[in-house]
Write a protein that binds this ligand. Structure first.
Ligand code: ADP
Ligand code: SF4
Ligand code: MG
Length: 287
C-alpha cells in the first residue's frame, strides 16, 4: 500500500525543492512515485520536468468539465508522475477546497489503485493552517506529515501552527507527524535553534540541508540536485532524507507551544544569539 506523505512549510522555505529531490531520490532507488503540488503557486514539480509548468487540475476542471488524466499529469525525472492541484481564481474560492476537488478527481480516475505508487508526496503551502490548508492532513488524504523549517522565527511559527492542527485532528484519524526537515541553515546558531524547537514540541529533526549554491544552480537548470549534480554532497543528503522518510514509521502527535510560550522561547534565543554576536566582536578586537 502506498505511503501518502505531506510536506508542509511556509512559502519560500524550500518545500518544493526538498519534495522534488526526495521524489527524485526515491525514483532513482526504483520506487514508483507521484508528486502532487498543493500550493496555488503551482510550480511544485518544475525541477522534475526541466523547469516547465504543468496545466493545473483546477484550471483544467474550469476549462473542461471532464479532464482526462493525460491532461493534468506528466512524467518527470525517473518516471515520477507529476500533478499540480493549482489554485482558485485569485480573490475567489478556497485553496483548500481546490485541493479537495483535485484529490477527489484523482480518486475518480482510480489513480492510486491503478498506477500502484509506492509513495505519494503532497507539497503543501502551510503559512496559514486554516481549515483549507489543513485538508490534506485532516481528511485522511495523507497519513504522515513532515515540515520544512529554517531557524527563522516565521518558519518556526508556521511549523508550530501546523503542529496545532495535527494535534487537533489526530484523535479523529488525521495524519501524524514524522518530523522536521531543517533547510537552508547557514548561521552558527541555526541548527541549535531548530533542534531546540523540535525537542520542545516532542518531535525531532530528520534531516539537515544546508544552504548551498548547488541547489540554486540545479534550479537554474530546471532540475533537482539528484539529476543535475548526482555526485554532490547535497545529492547524498537528499538520498539519506528520502531513505529515512521511506523506511521509518516513527510517527507521533507533537506538543505545540502556546503562542505566549513560543514568544518567550524566541526571546530567550534572541538573548543567546546576542551573547554569541558580542563574543565574536570581542574575538575580532583581540585579533
Ligand atoms: P517553497 O516551495 O517552500 O515555496 P522553494 O522550494 O520554491 O520554496 O524554494 C524557494 C527558493 O529557495 C528557490 O529558489 C530554491 O532554489 C531556494 N532554496 C531552497 N532550499 C535551498 C537550499 N538548501 N540551498 C539554496 N537554495 C535553496
Ligand atoms: Fe483560504 Fe483557508 Fe479560507 Fe480556504 S479556508 S479561503 S484556503 S484562508
Ligand atoms: Mg513551492
Amino acid at each position: 500500500k502506498a505511503k501518502h506523505i505531506a510536506i508542509y512549510g511556509k512559502g519560500g522555505i524550500g518545500k518544493s525543492t526538498t519534495t522534488s529531490n526526495i521524489s527524485a531520490a526515491l525514483a532513482e532507488a526504483g520506487y514508483r512515485v507521484i508528486q502532487i503540488g498543493c500550493d496555488p503557486k503551482s510550480d511544485s514539480t518544475n525541477t522534475l520536468r526541466g523547469g516547465k509548468y504543468l496545466p493545473t487540475v483546477l484550471d483544467s476542471m474550469r476549462d473542461q468539465s471532464q479532464p482526462r488524466l493525460e491532461d493534468i499529469s506528466a512524467t518527470g525525472f525517473g518516471g515520477v508522475l507529476c500533478i499540480e492541484a493549482g489554485g482558485p481564481v485569485p480573490g475567489v474560492g478556497c485553496a483548500g477546497r481546490g485541493i479537495n476537488a483535485a484529490v477527489s478527481l484523482l480518486q475518480e480516475f482510480n489513480l492510486f489503485e491503478e498506477y500502484k505508487p509506492d509513495y505519494v508526496l503532497y507539497d503543501v503551502l502551510g503559512d496559514v493552517v486554516c481549515g483549507g490548508f489543513a485538508v490534506p492532513i485532516r481528511e485522511g488524504i495523507t497519513d504522515r506529515v513532515f515540515v520544512v523549517s529554517s531557524s527563522d522565527f516565521m518558519a518556526i511559527y508556521a511549523a508550530n501552527n501546523l503542529f496545532k492542527a495535527i494535534n487537533k485532528y489526530a484523535p479523529s484519524g488525521g495524519a501524524l507527524l514524522g518530523g522536521v526537515i531543517a533547510n537552508g541553515l547557514s548561521a552558527a546558531y541555526s541548527q541549535a535553534i531548530v533542534d531546540d524547537f523540535a525537542a520542545r514540541t516532542s518531535t525531532k529533526v530528520v534531516g539537515y540541508i544546508p544552504r548551498s549554491l548547488v541547489v540554486s544552480q540545479s534550479e537554474l537548470y530546471g532540475q533537482t540536485v539528484i539529476e543535475a549534480a548526482p555526485q554532490s554532497d547535497h545529492a547524498q543528503l537528499y538520498r539519506d532524507l528520502a531513505n529515512y522518510i521511506a523506511t521509518t514509521d516513527e510517527l507521533s502527535v507533537p506538543s505545540p507551544l502556546a503562542s505566549a510560550d513560543l514568544r518567550s522561547w524566541a526571546r530567550d534565543w534572541g538573548d543567546r544569539v546576542l551573547d554569541a554576536r558580542t563574543a565574536v566582536v570581542r574575538q575580532g578586537e583581540a585579533i
